[in-house]
Ligand binder design. Structure first.
Ligand SMILES: [Zn+2]
Length: 735
């Protein structure tokens, strides 16, 4: 199905939790291995009959050892000399520890994840904006838990599970230091245990041990501030306290597995520990044979340290930014990929190789790329595609853009044989709704599968915008195609809702038609509905009026002056006033989504288009745009009452001449907003354009982030007064 990211609703950590624990009493069985942690016997006394006496005593020694091996700090101290001896090696010939993953493995894994949806995640908090560091920390635990929950669920469903709706055999919880047990973050926070939380674990779900057992741990994530050690810029090795803690937990897990009745035969001697802070993430992999550990219960820390030095193979990945943009695992950034890949390996350790291999899933990459190219071709976009060179490029490390770009090289037209269907100037496209057929002749080809067309049956009819969606043959459209989905399917829904709710305004787009494309050739569609084999069969189309040039175009041509700025502010605000009266917020205001209507009207005006990301109900997410999204949207993934107005201010600010600042992360974008508002840079700049825009930006500033509604009427009246007189008379205030 369509990979709904923003519109799909946020499953928060609380809900994730309920999901885990609602299955208490349900016995899980892996379809692959028949393994079930539930089926093991719980009483320690009843189990020894199965083991020989010697392994029984060995296991008792190890359990005793574990019971005494509880103090991270003492363990870390015993590693000090060893760690000090390593550091001089750092940065000479590369990092001290090699990375657990090859870049090429990560790339293939990324291809495999292309069609896998990850639930939208709770965002990592931003320390700059939080009121206290405790609230940052609490939110960070929720976010990490949410991230791990979403990750194991998606990985399980994509790679291992056999049936839909199969319960995910994992639970996720926070490790409470005082008793080394696991609690759901919500629960731990409610009990005031925040200070003593030290890690978040992915465990095999087992209702008999709701607080987890150490041999049930598949993977741990350590949440520690500043994992990126500042001393080692090029090959950052984690600091000793961080690495020591990771090694401590890894060793505890390995020992617990060595006396477990669970079968980790896939690779019982290897553990992944994730390192995360609110900015970065990395992976530590510890491998070694714990039977070589001297289980001397009188000196557990020395024995453990000796084992680490002599018998452990440690690999550490580069520490990279993780919580970019939406903090979603699907963004192809290498930091998140490393964490997800480690989780994948951790699942495999217990459940064995997946049913669908990485190679299988990655193999679809080529066909996805191909359909993406066809999409572009349909769009008539000038960006051209070379069959062999649409290569995916990894951008490494933090200096690079955070989203991997699909780079496409020189254009070469792909001619489809037989059912060739080109949409170019002059071609006529027919669409079919339930009770009518409409034809549109294309007059102009714009970018992103958008056209300007005129209806063929209305002589001298007005021009329309015609948007072509993704052919439904792509069951899992790549991310790029989601834009088309928002532009066509979702926007059609929103405009229909506006119609139903009786919202109409000169400054809102109007639905002219919507339906499915009628493709050339015979349609073999079954009478019951559905689609035939033609690649374009069922492709959705949306047609709206009026048409105009975008504000982005006006700015590029230097035609967006003070008069246009005030009018744009008035007209957009009027559109927002109408939509908000029907409970609809826009959520994606930017220069490409405002058009200037000049043709066939005496007084040009602006129309707010691009309603695909509009927010109708609480679970809808607005679009994320580092330059134009409101502060609240960036922080919370939601809109507040003044969010659209705030975006409108940013749009006017940038369109009135200020260069777009170079923002490459949510944190950077929030910082820019904070600085600009606190120094009143935005008000000053807009003040140069007009005093009314300055006053309006002051007003919006005062409302940002508050629950108070905007007083549209007052500002529409004031803005209208500032429009040049003869035009002003005809300006409608709203509705
Ligand atoms: Zn058909």
């Amino acid at each position: 199905m369509v990979r709904v990211r923003a519109g799909g609703g946020l499953v928060g950590p609380v809900i994730g939790y309920v999901g885990c624990w609602a299955h208490v009493g349900l016995i899980f069985r892996s379809h692959l291995t028949g393994k079930s942690p539930d089926l093991e016997s719980t009483g320690s006394g009843t189990t020894t009959k199965r083991s020989s006496v010697s392994s029984g005593s060995r296991s008792r020694t190890r359990r005793d050892f574990l019971a005494r091996f509880t103090d991270t700090e003492r363990f870390t101290n015993s590693l000090q000399d060893w760690f000090a001896s390593l550091l001089p090696l750092d940065n000479k010939d590369g990092p001290v520890f090699e990375s657990p993953f090859e870049l090429v493995e990560l790339q293939k894994f990324d291809y495999a994840l292309e069609g896998v949806s990850f639930q939208q995640l709770t965002r990592m908090p931003n320390a700059v904006y939080a009121s206290t560091s405790a609230s940052v920390e609490a939110n960070a635990y929720l976010a990490v838990e949410d991230f791990l929950h979403g990750t194991v669920k998606s990985l399980w469903e994509a790679f291992w599970s056999q049936e839909e709706e199969e319960p995910v055999p994992f639970s996720v919880g926070c490790l409470y230091n005082q008793n080394l047990r696991f609690y759901h973050a919500e629960q731990a926070l409610a009990l005031g245990k925040l200070e003593d939380l030290s890690a978040t674990g992915v465990l095999l779900k087992n209702p008999r041990h709701p607080h987890g057992k150490w041999d049930h741990i598949l993977e741990l994530a350590l949440l520690t501030p500043d994992i990126e050690s500042s001393d080692h810029h090029h090959h950052p090795t984690p600091s000793l306290p961080v690495l020591g803690e990771a090694l401590f937990y890894a060793l505890r897990i390995l020992i617990a597995r060595s006396v477990s009745r669970l079968d980790f035969s896939q690779s019982s001697n290897c553990v992944f520990v994730l390192l995360v802070d609110t900015q970065h993430g990395g992976v530590v992999r510890v491998e070694g044979d714990v039977s070589k550990l001297d289980f001397d219960v009188s000196s557990v820390y020395d024995c453990a340290a000796e084992w680490v030095q002599k018998h452990a193979k440690i690999s550490v990945s580069p520490v990279d930014r993780v919580w970019n943009k939406l903090g979603n695992a699907n963004w192809g950034d290498i930091g998140a990929l490393q964490l997800v890949f480690a989780t994948y390996h951790s699942i495999m350790q217990y459940f064995g190789p997946p049913r669908h291999s990485i190679e299988d899933l990655a193999a679809d990459h080529t066909s996805r790329l191909h359909s993406r190219r066809q999409e572009r071709q349909l769009g008539g976009d000038d960006a051209s595609v070379n069959e062999n060179n649409g290569m995916f490029r990894f951008q490494q490390r933090t200096m690079s853009p955070e989203i991997v770009e699909v780079q496409e090289e020189e254009e070469s037209k792909i001619e489809r044989e037989g059912d060739s269907m080109r949409l170019e100037v002059g071609s006529v496209l027919w669409l079919e709704d339930t009770n009518y057929q409409k034809g549109y002749q294309i007059n102009r080809v714009l970018a992103n599968a958008t056209f300007i067309a005129s209806p063929v049956d209305e002589a001298g009819g007005e021009s329309v915008f015609l948007y072509v969606g993704s052919p439904p043959s792509q069951l899992e459209p790549p991310w790029e195609d989601m834009n088309l989905w928002y532009q066509v399917q979702r926007q059609t829904k929103i405009l229909s809702v506006m119609k139903q709710r009786g919202l109409s305004s000169k400054y809102l787009p109007e639905l002219h038609g919507s339906g499915r494309i009628i493709h050339p050739g015979q349609c073999q569609k079954p009478s019951s509905g559905g689609r035939c084999d033609h690649p374009w069969c069922g492709t959705p189309i949306l047609v709206t009026t009026p048409v105009g040039e975008t504000v982005a175009d006006l700015v590029n041509e230097g035609r967006f002056g003070p008069e246009e700025a005030i009018r744009c502010c008035h007209d957009c605000l009027s559109a927002l006033s109408s939509s908000s009266s029907g409970g609809i917020r826009h959520g994606d205001i930017r220069p490409e989504n405002v058009v200037y209507v000049t043709s066939g009207v005496r007084h040009p005006y602006f129309v707010l288009i691009g309603w695909g990301h509009a927010v109708l109900e609480d679970r809808d997410r607005p679009a994320m745009n580092l330059h134009f999204s409101s502060t609240y949207a960036l922080q919370e993934g939601k809109l507040c009452g003044a969010s659209d107005a705030e975006s409108l201010i940013y749009m006017l600010y940038f369109c009135c001449g200020d260069l777009l600042p170079d923002l490459d992360s949510v944190e950077g974008a929030l910082q820019w907003r904070e600085t600009s508002w606190s120094k009143r840079l935005i008000q000053q700049k807009l003040g140069d354009v007009s005093t009314i825009l300055k006053a309006f930006s002051d007003y919006v500033d005062s409302l940002c982030g508050t629950p108070y509604p905007l007083d549209y009427d007052i500002w529409l009246r004031r803005l209208k007064r500032n429009l040049s007189e003869d035009h002003g008379k005809e300006v409608e205030t709203s509705g």
